[in-house]
Design a protein around this ligand. Structure first.
Ligand code: GAL
Length: 763
């Protein structure tokens, strides 16, 4: 007995000694309003923030509320052992966690095991993805970011320790039907393969504020040029200059919006590996092409990967500054060597940017183990192959953006890999997969990790699929067809061509809204496209406010406790609930607070699950009560610097409301020097029950691109419609009286004629 007691003591004590001996002191320093940097052991010199050269937006952070991190600080544990750093963060029972980069099939990350590793996503959310950002957000209102450029092993609440303070109940599988193969775990545990690391703790208190702080700390979201938010078409890979011009002409003839065209590999004399030089036979005079396209209001974007062909003119010079291994037999520039950067990006500048190229699509910087440099590769800078892989996409974004910065001309392009630190770079991620559903889950997750994602459209089996994909891409950060292999055009499916054009023109009409929402990404850190879980009225705490104890009677309670992968928020006020191929109806969860139909202004619901049908072929969009959506005419190109456009301000709902409308020249970086303005739009209910709107005058000396302002009170019209219905009933009664029948009929016929315009009853 004594011996057993002794052994038990030794065991328990042993654990304590083990932890005490190895537990690391955590040193906390404030790194910004509501942000703490915690250092463990000896962190490595190279990390994600350093790779990106991040400059936190301290002043914008300062404007946010003060808040303590809503995590039990004392329960955060770190240990350095065996050359690795082990981190543990406590989880509460009711907590859900989100983030860990660009996942495509899951939103809830609690219980998942991931290895964060930059790669092309291959249909499993296992941490291998285009942006494996080591940042998670808790529904309890804090976030944790591990500033390491290593592959990280994450047990996101999946493992149960013997010393757990909140151990799961032991259940007997023989008898207990509730036995679970995955018992409850009370911690996120992370293994960093280095003898120390720094991590950051972000406070909220709301999950959205956690994300805002993360984005602002990473330099603030990117602000694209206005033209970046228009429509873009990537042409077939071997198109020549004539075909490209014809493409632009055809868009104009079809009256379809087009702001930039993307060239795919065929513009280069050799690709895979690349020369970065124009192919003379297909593009005899690239500068002339850029000019002619420019006259048509269209810019040009170039595809490239960074792997240098031995036949490229820069090859002999750059070769000494490249890695030990090749990609498709092309040399890999060591972007941490100034010489390599100088040689590569001087070429980009001289041959592309100086002739007016507006941006790049930086391809294949994510991976594919079968072609990328292996982890045994070495680089002249001494940075490991692993760290290079985790940051290569960010480095390409950073140095290419600098070229445009030097020219004081904004860019907006595509990239296939990013990471923390890349938040402020004007690039949108895409990939080669094509599940429409996964693309939307990706769009939802992008907002947790400070990246942008486009559900690009390439081809479709049916016109229905084409329309559904085109609708979602027009409600995303980049409205794009990537026809590099398919040569499709927006009007490739004639039976839906009108609906496709309608949504592309709507995208253009909404430009003042999109642009203001991106400005909020930059100045406030609010992601323009994001999960429902970041929406007030939709969070975990609502689940406890039981209206009905039975879920069957209360589908809203049931719905919000599940992963929501098919609806998302677009900007401050819009909820988008796309249809996928084959769906004729779908459920939409409307968070608490009133919601109104975007197209008709009709009341749609409040904290409830509604069913919508697809009979009119539109993409369902709902507006939060008090929603103000500034719109412009359906132009075919984004307004140029200095061009004034008229504004139609739409108002939805019943609440008094405010909106901040952003304005600047839309093209340069002058906003960084204060050359921008916010104009406040206010809508208030007057004593007579009518609504009226005001917009503040433009600030003196600041850019002002707004012409005439008109107002459209979307929901008021509906109230009038309801009124009309009541009057119709009265009419019926009145018809009984022959005396007043005729004059009333005339009056209401006129009324009916005026009101019976474009009322939609479905989508
Ligand atoms: C792929 C890329 C495609 C297309 C293609 C051209 O890697 O994802 O969008 O650009 O290369 O070769």
């Amino acid at each position: 007995m004594k011996l057993r007691f002794f052994i038990l003591n030794l065991f328990v004590f042993g654990i304590i000694i083990n932890q005490t001996v190895c537990a690391q002191e955590l040193s906390w320093t404030e790194a910004g309003n509501g942000i703490w940097k915690v250092t463990v052991g000896k962190p490595e010199d190279y990390n994600l923030l350093k790779a990106a050269g991040v400059k936190p937006q301290i002043a914008s952070l300062q404007k946010m509320n003060k808040a303590e991190p809503l995590i039990a600080k004392k329960e955060i544990f770190a240990r350095v052992q065996d050359g690795k750093t082990y981190l543990r963060f406590p989880l509460q029972k009711n907590e859900q966690i989100y983030g860990f980069g660009l996942n495509f099939q899951t939103i809830h990350q609690r219980g998942r095991i991931l290895r964060l590793h930059t790669d092309h996503y291959s249909n499993t959310d296992n941490g291998r993805t285009h942006a494996p950002v080591p940042f998670f957000i808790s529904s309890n209102g804090y976030g944790i970011f591990i500033n390491s450029a290593r592959y990280l092993d994450v047990y996101a609440g999946s493992a149960v320790r013997k010393d757990s303070k909140n151990p799961p109940k032991i259940q007997d599988r023989n008898t207990d039907k509730n036995w679970s193969a995955r018992p409850y775990s009370d911690a996120v545990e992370i293994l960093v393969p280095a003898e120390g690391v720094e991590f950051y703790v972000f406070s909220g208190p709301s999950p959205l504020e956690v994300v805002q702080r993360f984005n602002l700390f990473n330099g603030g979201g990117c602000l694209p040029p206005r033209w970046g938010l228009g429509f873009t078409q990537r042409v077939e890979r071997l198109y020549n200059a004539e075909q490209v011009k014809n493409e632009a002409k055809e868009f104009a003839e079809q009256h379809f919006p087009l702001d930039f065209i993307g060239l795919e590999p065929g513009w280069q004399s050799k690709s895979y590996p690349c020369t970065f030089e124009w192919d003379n036979s297909r593009f005899p005079n690239p500068a002339q092409l850029v000019k002619e396209l420019g006259q048509m209001g269209v810019k040009l974007n170039l595809w490239t990967n960074p792997y240098v062909s031995p036949e490229a003119s820069i090859y002999p010079k750059i070769a000494p500054f490249t890695g030990s291994h090749t990609v498709w037999v092309g040399a890999v520039p060591d972007l941490l060597k100034p010489e390599a950067r100088d040689i590569l990006f001087s070429k980009f500048k001289k041959d592309h940017i100086d002739i007016g190229i507006s941006g790049y699509k930086i391809d294949e910087v994510d991976g594919g183990d079968s072609y990328l440099w292996p982890d045994v590769a070495t680089f002249p800078s001494g940075i490991s192959a692993e760290q290079m892989r985790q940051t290569y996409g960010v480095l390409m974004q950073k140095y290419s953006t600098e070229l445009f910065h030097q020219k004081n001309s904004r860019t907006y392009g595509l990239v296939r890999a990013s990471n923390a630190g890349g938040v402020s770079f004007p690039y949108v991620i895409y990939n080669d997969n094509y599940s429409h559903q996964d693309f939307i889950t990706g769009l939802i997750n992008s907002g947790f990790s400070g990246v942008l994602w486009t559900p690009e459209v390439r081809a479709s089996k049916t016109s229905e699929e084409w329309l559904r994909r085109m609708q979602t891409v027009c409600f995303s950060p980049m409205a794009m067809i990537n026809a590099w292999a398919s040569a499709t055009k927006p009007w490739s499916f004639p039976d839906v061509a009108d609906k496709v054009k309608e949504v592309a023109l709507l995208r253009m009409q909404m430009m003042p809204y999109w642009y203001s929402e991106f400005a909020k990404y930059h100045f406030d850190g609010t992601p323009p496209f994001r999960a429902m879980n970041l929406e007030t009225g939709f969070q975990m705490e609502n689940r406890t406010e039981k209206v009905n104890s039975s879920l069957e009677e209360n589908p809203y309670e049931e719905a919000v406790s599940k992963e929501i992968k098919d609806q998302y928020m677009a900007g401050e006020y819009l909820l988008v609930a796309p249809f996928f191929t084959g769906q004729t109806s779908r459920k939409v969860i409307l968070p608490k607070g009133k919601w109104f139909d975007f197209y008709t202004g009709k009341f749609a619901g409040d904290g409830e699950v509604i069913t919508v049908t697809s009979n009119l072929g539109n993409i369902p969009v709902y507006v939060k009560d008090g929603g103000i959506i500034p719109m412009m005419p359906p132009l075919l190109h984004a307004p140029k610097s200095g061009e004034k456009v008229d504004l139609e301000i739409r108002y939805y709902g019943q609440k008094n409301a405010k909106y901040r409308l952003y304005d600047d020249d839309g093209e340069t970086f002058n906003y960084e020097k204060g050359d921008y303005s916010w104009r406040e739009i206010v809508v208030e209910k007057q004593a007579d029950g009518k609504y009226s709107g005001k917009i503040t005058v433009p600030e003196k000396g600041k850019p002002n691109t707004i012409g005439k302002v008109s107002w459209k009170f979307m929901t008021i019209d509906n109230q009038a419609f309801l009124c009309f219905r009541t009057k119709q009933m009265l009419l019926k009664i009145a018809q009984l009286s022959t005396l007043i029948r005729l004059p009333l009929k005339i009056t209401f016929s006129i009324y009916y004629f005026q009101k019976n315009h474009s009322r939609l009853s479905g989508f």
